[in-house]
Design a protein around this ligand. Structure first.
Ligand SMILES: NC(=O)c1ccc[n+]([C@@H]2O[C@H](COP(=O)([O-])OP(=O)(O)OC[C@H]3O[C@@H](n4cnc5c(N)ncnc54)[C@H](OP(=O)(O)O)[C@@H]3O)[C@@H](O)[C@H]2O)c1
Length: 282
């Protein structure tokens, strides 16, 4: 039986919105104890089973582990206050899309190790993808981080930040794209007279069943598509529309390019801010 990991005491979550909440939901459903966890968030909004405070001063002893779970745009507002609480024993995990390890190191020079973790929302149901990257974590820290994210889903270590960004672009943003595709299936069902309830259930079950079948068999997507489509049949007529000039491939590639470009912009903004205010970051 896999051992349930223990969060270092204390562990701070700085911010706890969609993603922070999803990670805590995943840990809770895996049976992790949340008693070592403190959430720091300005609203003070409750998190089931977790101590919530509105300032670092109220959080208690300096943290062993800090998870940055606020928006990247807040980094320069929060870093100057947070950095004073970090020591060489603190492991810092950043969920911030686009903020690269060097930019984080410039803002949190005292942290013992900095790990970037790019998750996606299905961590809430323990079927997430979490890309991990670090420049300075030793084997012990890597093992500690791997242990605590293991209950949340598939968590590969990436060898460079470009690959980390690629996972973020595909898997981090992916649930939004899959949601849009399911929505398009639902609308198509409704247009053919199905109730919203039935259309929603069958669209979701179709996506879920296809993913489950593919994962269970390792069968390629093209092979699955061909097995559904008999020559000159109904599915083949539909696939001809999606496949014409690789229209679907191109549309998805365009969406992912746009997300990746925005990620690069955000990384550059974070680098420029670090260069612009070096005295604050020392
Ligand atoms: N959502 C995703 O699918 C996804 C995927 C990959 C990576 N990420 C990354 O995850 C991070 C969080 O995203 P999100 O979607 O969870 O954002 P979100 O839902 O907007 O949550 C942001 C959180 O930041 C908190 N916050 C704002 N100002 C703060 C301050 N001064 N001090 C401490 N906390 C503060 C907010 O607190 P209150 O709740 O009290 O207002 C809120 O809990 C981002 O960096 C994002 O790049 C998200």
């Amino acid at each position: 039986m896999t051992q349930i990991p223990v969060l270092p005491s204390p562990t701070w979550f700085v911010g706890c919105g969609n993603m922070g909440g999803a990670i805590i939901d995943g840990w809770r459903s895996a049976g992790l104890s949340l008693s070592n966890l403190v959430v720091i968030r300005p609203s003070g909004k409750a998190v089931d089973g977790v101590r919530v405070v509105t300032s670092f001063a109220d959080a208690g002893p300096a943290p062993k582990l800090v998870v940055l779970a606020f928006k990247p745009q807040k980094l320069d507002e929060i870093a100057p206050q947070l950095k004073t609480w970090l020591t060489s024993k603190t492991v810092l995990i950043s969920l911030l899309a686009g903020a690269e390890a060097d930019s984080l190191k410039a803002r949190f020079p005292k942290a013992g190790a900095i790990v970037r973790a790019l998750p996606n929302l299905p961590v809430a149901v323990r079927r997430g993808v979490i890309a991990l990257f670090s420049r300075d974590a030793d084997d012990d820290v890597r093992q500690q981080v791997a242990n605590i994210v293991a209950p949340l889903g598939f968590a590969p270590w990436m060898t460079d930040e470009a690959k980390c960004a690629a996972v973020g672009a595909v898997a981090g943003a992916g649930p939004a794209y899959v949601a849009r595709f399911v929505d398009a299936l639902i609308k198509a069902g409704e247009q053919r007279g199905l109730s919203t309830e039935i259309a929603s259930t069958i669209a979701l079950e179709t996506v879920f069943g296809t993913a489950w079948m593919a994962a269970a068999s390792n069968e390629g997507m093209d092979s699955i598509a061909r097995r559904v489509a008999s020559p000159n049949g109904t599915t083949e007529a539909g696939l001809a529309v999606l496949d014409k000039d690789q229209v679907l491939d191109q549309l998805v590639a365009l969406a992912i390019d746009a997300a990746a470009r925005r990620g690069t912009e955000m990384a550059n903004e974070a680098k420029l801010a670090a260069l612009a205010e070096p005295e604050r970051l020392s």
